[in-house]
Design a binder for this molecule. Structure first.
Ligand SMILES: *Cc1c(COP(=O)(O)O)cnc(C)c1O
Length: 338
């Protein structure tokens, strides 16, 4: 096998040995198939390609210091995919099937799971797509659910650090009653221009206000936002925010650590009052925000060039649970390989 330095990996695609697939035909799910082919044979009129009938998920398998490999809240990913399937008229993948396939694909790719020391992890990408042909706008009859894995590098190469973000008003990621709360590829297509602009100006990512009034905080690129003040963890509520499993977990951990938790609309002006702020999601757990620029008004919301004390505590606790070094009080992790 090629020599691979996992500690130098980024967040890209690298081939692994196997993926797992399951087809939905004639109104039912078939057998789980193990494949070594990285390609799928797809009808050129498949609904996924033309009308965006697709949903995805993202989670990680962690090789822990005790030698075991763990998954984090995999049932939550299954439940979220079911909600996205309902929203896009696709069949639900039963939780049991989702979990079985996730465990299987991790076990099949053992040699690709990075070591604990490398800081890298094995990323799982579940994908559900409409595969049968339609030219009119109708849901497909047949579907493919697959999970592939790829090793991804440590998010913070030089240690846990804070990054700048920029408010973008010219483009919306999702409509107020659109697909924002569902994990569909179309939301990402809609975010690419804003993301490219943010990068070209030297920011880690774009920052969205609500698409209707541009008054409230929405998402931090493809991650949820949280702010901290007066020992309170505050995260915005809206009809277009993707319900992040990381954020849900951080809300619980904040409460466990004795913080207050508020999940409510957050007006832009309130950004000024936060002592700490961050983006959260599976990739980084927490990516602290150093400052947030509003180029239209000239306002700069500054939260500190180094991760703050609460952000650091939350980050270390969640990461500790994922790696089996902090007590898993809520039963969030499951061992896949002993
Ligand atoms: C996936 C995703 C997140 C993060 O969700 P996690 O479950 O924490 O990984 C946040 N925002 C958007 C838009 C997403 O697609």
């Amino acid at each position: 096998m090629e020599e691979l330095d996992w500690s130098k990996l980024g967040f890209g695609y690298r081939p692994t040995s196997y993926n797992v697939r399951c087809y939905y035909r004639d109104g039912k799910w078939g057998e789980i198939e193990v494949c070594s082919d990285e390609y799928i044979k797809l009808h050129m009129a498949a609904t996924a390609l033309h009308y965006g009938q697709e949903a995805f998920e993202g989670l990680k398998a962690y090789r822990c210091p005790d030698g075991k490999v763990r998954l984090f809240r995999v049932e939550e990913n299954a439940a979220r995919l079911q909600r996205t399937a309902d929203a896009t008229l696709m069949p639900q993948v039963p939780t049991e099937r989702f979990v079985e396939m996730a465990r299987k694909v991790v076990r099949l790719n053992q040699q690709h799971i990075p070591t604990y020391e490398s800081g890298a992890t094995l990323y799982l990408r579940p994908l559900l797509i409409g595969v049968s042909p339609q030219v009119g706008v109708h849901p497909a009859k047949d579907y493919l659910f697959l999970i592939f894995v790829t090793p991804v590098g440590p998010y913070f190469k030089g240690g846990f650090s804070a990054n700048p973000y920029v408010i973008i008003r010219d483009y919306d990621r999702a409509a107020p009653l659109g697909m924002g709360t569902f994990k569909v590829g179309g939301n990402y297509a809609a975010s690419m221009r804003a993301n490219a602009i943010a990068h070209s100006k030297g920011y880690a990512s774009e920052f969205y206000l609500d698409s209707k009034e541009k008054k409230y905080v929405d998402e931090c690129g493809a991650a949820n936002f949280f702010g901290i003040k007066n020992n309170t963890y505050i995260t915005p509520k809206s009809t277009s925010i993707l319900p992040s499993i990381t954020n849900k977990s951080l809300m619980q951990i904040a409460e466990d650590l004795g913080m207050k938790v508020e999940h409510r609309p957050v007006p832009e002006e309130e950004l000024e009052s936060f002592e700490e702020a961050g983006a959260c999601g599976t990739a980084a757990v927490i990516s602290p925000i150093s400052h947030l620029d509003d180029l239209d008004t000239g306002k700069v919301y500054a939260f500190g060039d180094k991760p703050g004390p609460w952000s650091t505590k939350l980050y270390e606790t969640l990461r500790g649970i994922q790696y089996g070094t902090v007590e898993d009080r809520h039963g969030w992790t499951s061992v896949v390989i002993e």
